[in-house]
Design a protein around this ligand. Structure first.
Ligand SMILES: [Fe+2]
Length: 108
């Protein structure tokens, strides 16, 4: 199902014209990039589900897969900018394992 309010490019950052981003702003930009990529994956998969033409469906699913790679690119860089993130992800993994017995798959 297609959302009534897809994100599609609205950027919450106020981009300065007179300077480059500070470290915290780079981290925010990378998080925003991850949000945009995840939203794109949902959007393309939902479109693929709704499309009968297998050729068009395949293109949308291929592009959705490429967006997953982009999530990995942004996440790899975000881990460089947000030192707390890796530790908190590890805590979240541990909590899920303790609470519901799911052993999270590791990300390379
Ligand atoms: Fe992308």
């Amino acid at each position: 199902m297609i959302s009534a309010n897809p994100m599609l490019g609205e950027n919450p950052l106020k981009i300065p014209k007179d300077r480059k981003f500070k470290k915290v702003e780079v981290a925010q930009a990378l998080r925003w990039g991850i949000i945009a990529e995840l939203d794109a994956i949902n959007f393309y998969e939902q479109l693929a589900e709704a499309i009968e033409d297998e050729r068009v469906k395949k293109v949308f699913l291929n592009v959705a897969r490429e967006e997953k790679e982009h999530v990995g690119e942004f996440l790899a860089m975000l881990l460089e900018y947000d030192e707390e993130l890796k530790e908190m992800i590890a805590k979240g993994y541990k909590e899920v394992e303790e609470e519901v017995g799911v052993v999270p798959k590791s990300i390379p």
